[in-house]
Design a protein around this ligand. Sequence first.
Ligand SMILES: Cc1cc2nc3c(=O)[nH]c(=O)nc-3n(C[C@H](O)[C@H](O)[C@H](O)COP(=O)(O)OP(=O)(O)OC[C@H]3O[C@@H](n4cnc5c(N)ncnc54)[C@H](O)[C@@H]3O)c2cc1C
Length: 467
Amino acid sequence: MNSEFDAAMKRPLSGWGRYPLRDCAVRRPETVSALRQPIQASDVSLLSRGMGRSYGDAAVNADGYTILSERLNRMLEFNDRTGLLCCEAGVTIEDILQTFVPRGWFPTVTPGTKFVTVGGAVAADVHGKNHHRDGSFCRYVRRLTLILASGETVSCSRVENSDLFWATVGGMGLTGIIVEVEFFLRPIATAYYKTLNLKARNLQETLDLFDRYEPEYQYSVAWIDCLASGDSMGRCLLTLGNDATVGDLNRQQQERPLEIKPRRRLRVPFDFPSGLLNRYTVRLFNYFYYHRQRSAKVEKIVDYDSFFYPLDSIWDWNRIYGKRGFVQYQFAIPSAVSREGLTQILTLLSSKGCGSFLAVLKRLGAQEGWLSFPMPGYTLALDIPIRPGIWEFLEQLDRLVLDCGGRIYLAKDARMRPEVFRQMYPEFDRWLAVKSRIDPQNRFRSALSERLHIEPLPETATSLLGR
Ligand SMILES: Cc1cc2nc3c(=O)[nH]c(=O)nc-3n(C[C@H](O)[C@H](O)[C@H](O)COP(=O)(O)OP(=O)(O)OC[C@H]3O[C@@H](n4cnc5c(N)ncnc54)[C@H](O)[C@@H]3O)c2cc1C
């Protein structure tokens, strides 16, 4: 390591789950040429990091530089006829909402927090509540600009350097640093959503409701009581939504249909005791949360902030899990086995009392990127506090997910084993061939890639794309 590396600012970094925590040498370049410097000037490993909203170890590189994209956040060009936005990768979804909602444009795909960068959204190929209808973030990306391990700047798309494009979307920052992204926003008439909130008494009803309402609604998401058992297993509150038209709004909203009131934010002021979220408190929370909606059906008009980003109204909510942190276990399983697979998994969760008060079920459609997470079927995300015995339990869950032909989301993972990863991502070899060609020295690394033994193949050609 060189002296420049030694002088870099050291900072403890983790993902949103606050596990694992590593000391990292951090760089905060302000321009693309400053960004190229650490790539060309040394041979240490590199990793780009956005807002650190991946949960596990994907955005942490303790061996070399972790390069923050927060200052590379310029909007470069916008076409108000087509909705094509070109911006630097450090621009956040929040920046986009603030700038473009008042002009009548919205990201077609957004995750459940607006505090993510465009680079992070591409690298994890994020999905939203409309994946089954509209696909993931990469579907709307026209072109990416990347800096490779060689220092070369390369542009890629579905037609130009397409293998690099498909390896980079969902590629978790391991192909290079995304510096610019061109992607389409979609037009909106209002900043509001017309929602239908339904109550299901068990898993059978939950899945039937998803099936029944899918053709009518663009967005769907369910909160599941994952500790309910017996006849109530899989009971849920399902939220469905479509864009609201100006005619759907009340008089006050109609005056400014593209403006919403700023929300009051609460803050979790300190780390809660680690054992606070246990099977008893979660069971109690789930009971009251499920019963807070009295009728089986409620219709509401809500603004985009409440609809897409309810958790963003509480700053630092990850502190409620205490200093030990938590893991988010998010898996997808294919349609053909969804009912049976979810039954087995929910039975295991409730029998071990290993519940999560945030348990989110969504419908997924087809996957595009080679390491992208979605597959046609369902995905369930569970926040699980770290406590003794948790790793063995999660390995049991891994086996069930594997038996179903499912997979775990890399953006949430902090503990999966390499052999499990390889079975879950069948297009990994294809991805690895590109990684081996463009980064034979394995310059782009993360704690996640090291844990999963993701390394270029030995003795592959070191030539760059197209040569
Ligand atoms: C409350 C909450 C809700 C969420 N809901 C969803 C959801 O509904 N759907 C979903 O798909 N995800 C969801 N996520 C996960 C989140 O969307 C992804 O992890 C996203 O990648 C985070 O973006 P970030 O900017 O914070 O990236 P980071 O967490 O900083 O990095 C994530 C990955 O992207 C890479 N990366 C970041 N910037 C670049 C760049 N410029 N070039 C190359 N690689 C880069 C990093 O190396 C890392 O591998 C949620 C997270 C939270 C905290």
